[in-house]
Design a protein around this ligand. Sequence first.
Ligand code: B3K
Ligand code: ZN
Length: 884
Amino acid sequence: MRDANPGAVYLKDYCAPAFLINRTELHFDLGEEETIVTSRLYLLRSPEIAGEPVLSLQGQELELLEVSIDNELLPASAYRQTEDSLVVDGVPEQCVLTCKTRIRPQDNTSLEGLYKSHSMFCTQCEAEGFRKITYYLDRPDIMSVFTVTIEADAKRYPVLLSNGNLLESKLLESGRRQVLWHDPFPKPAYLFALVAGDLEYIEDTFETASGNNVTLRIYVEPKDLGKCDHAMDSLKRSMRWDEETFGREYDLELFNVVAVDDFNMGAMENKSLNIFNTSCVLCHPDITTDQGYQRVEAIVAHEYFHNWSGNRVTCRDWFQLSLKEGFTVFRDAEFSSDMGSRTVKRIEDVNLLRTAQFAEDAGPMAHPVRPESYIEINNFYTRTVYEKGAEVVRMIHTLLGPEAFRAGSDLYFERHDGQAVTVEDFVCAMEDASGADLQQFRRWYSQAGTPHLGVRDSYDEAAQTYTLEVSQSCPPTPGQTEKEPFVIPLAMGLLGEAGNLPLRLQGEEADPETADNTHMVLIVDQPAQQFVFEGVAERPVPSLLRGFSAPVRLGYDYSREALCQLMSRDDDGFVRWDSAQALATQVITQVQQQLAARQTVVVDPLLLQACAQLLADESLDPAMVAEMLTLPGESYLAELAGEGAADVDAIHSAHLAVHRAMGESMTPLLLARYKDLAVGENYAPRGEQIAARALRNLCLSYLAHADSQHLTLARAQLDAADNITDRLAALRVLAFYGDEADWSEPMAAFYHDWADETLVVNQWLAVQAAIPDANAIQRVRELMQHKDFDLRNPNKVRSLVGTFAGRNPVNFHRADGQGYRLLVDIVAELNASNPQIAAGLLTPLTRWRYYVGRADLMRSELERLAAREDLSPDVYEVVTKSLQ
Ligand code: B3K
Ligand code: ZN
């Protein structure tokens, strides 16, 4: 085994920078063969550092042409170059350092730094991409005012963009154009952006609360001009919402969004020049599903919200990443909740958290929300930093209440505007504004792992008291064997025969003023605690962890009858859903045992009846019913099974059996609802329509699984649909519940119809990658040869390979190891061209310790990768940590 931590960076080693860069002037000469970047850095020795500091600038894959200080060319003896730095001795206290470098964006396949996507130049600098553009102090605590000139062929690149305001644009005699951009707000280099291309835009305006007019533009390839309205609308709603909810206004006169096809992630919040993956900005009923519309709205909002939580106040170092990401995910989730159904949004988020983040917390890459070390920072844009980080902010919101939380957020922005700060600064602002003591609460930032909350109860009929005994523990994670108790807000209620009961804790006065005394937040902050409720007239069913008030695993031994009661009658929508999931999980696990014992499969009628009741109730929100009738996913069930206990084939068979039984037992009702939920009007991505389609398509899948004669409904839906949501749902039903003969022709026809729409072709690839038939591996290998597949395009890789590894468990985990081999072959290839994407694809393989009968196969594939000498730091880190 090689050194597990070569080149690791540690939080404890943080040192303030020796130099500051007050101003940064960049000149770009963009060309087809080469691009010349000239930078002028206005350096100032930091007053905080004693002695004569050495200037060490970061740079990667740069060809240095010349360096000068205050316009005096430096001889080669005055500086040293290493593979990733430029070191200059004897730099005066204050000076201008000029560097001229040559780069080749057209050959940059890592999609970090300056690169080309089709014919367009664009950038991605977070986290450490700026060093691929020029030598710089590429760290977020260096905040500088940027002035940028760009020069390029005027015909090929009529649009030349950077951050801030456009000050000048002129045609040069050579047929080239030169533009000058200036951003008045100091920013770290990771927020720098440049775009050059033949683009068109849609434009709108927004008047801020203070009366400033902002021009909003979305730039796309001309063919996509008709697909920008939803993003523009989402942007305007985000701007208004942030004013109203957080008191945050936009601060420049221009806000640009650019859509790019080749992009490593969803989008990037560069100051006033957000760059978006086309898949996260373009919308049209023919290319975007209902979920896609909601995703675009959320991502547009997320990137816009970063203007304050991330840009105006940024991170001191990358260990603080959750300072901006956790907070901004919390903000975008609140925004989405206000735009649509709060409960449904919460259910979606918790589903993701419990499936992906809990698995991360229980695996070899587990790390605290504020990690303590990393080899490659790109590996730490994780579910833990983002989603668990947002949960931590949500808990602060719950503990402080909305008004004090808002006061804390106001204080944070006011106190730290223009600064690069830490998670500690955020928590301090929350404490200072509210008077709360969050000392123990801070452990959520420093301790990894998902806490387990054990709850037991007892009822004393004579005394009319009800007691909850709550205990907490947290499993060990890499580098952290012992954990101290967390502060866990446990939102709860008690359900009685006639509804939720009034709550009064022993020793506390009943408050007649409290309008809602059926809901309470208990603070669990010790290893074991007792809560005694008085005046409880009947034995209640506890409604626990309402709204998922803390990111913990709840352990309470519910009977199926109790779950049914909560499911149908509790006040809290989240608990209703969660109880349905818990009931379904119990039933699936039981079927798994029946199958293992070769017994006849009996699906508990309690589940079937409860589901039928929900489906029949037309007064309920169909979106909520759809969530409640969706069985827990196979990967969530594997995650619940625990280390060494997930039997992927057994889970799959049991899941199928229960799914089919639900379809069979509810057929007439499913048919009736399938009919009455048909949307009569033209497609619109509006709440009621989205809800109706979600439930209707779920009915279709149950029907087709129960009886293949219902595949005709899917065929008819595919032909009649006026939107891709219904088309893809129908196609998926044909492919999942029919034979190849049922789907091969419609699949080909679908491609034929939509071959010109890249984003539709990507979804077509994803549907096929997820089909659980025996032919999947061969199909994926063949699709990799398809003319529309391209290993250099991250969207295509995620659609085909990511979907296969993440959403086709029976095939990824084939007993002959072919699934693992396929993934590792692809990772090995991508390791050289795009290490970030390569490392990301490995996630499902890192869970090897979970799988019964597969662990050895999975580990040996990881070892095959580990044996390679050419591993990028990204892949190296994931592979070695997974094998430890
Ligand atoms: N801040 C970017 C993510 C950058 C990822 C770099 N590997 C997008 C976002 O979270 O808003
Ligand atoms: Zn973000």
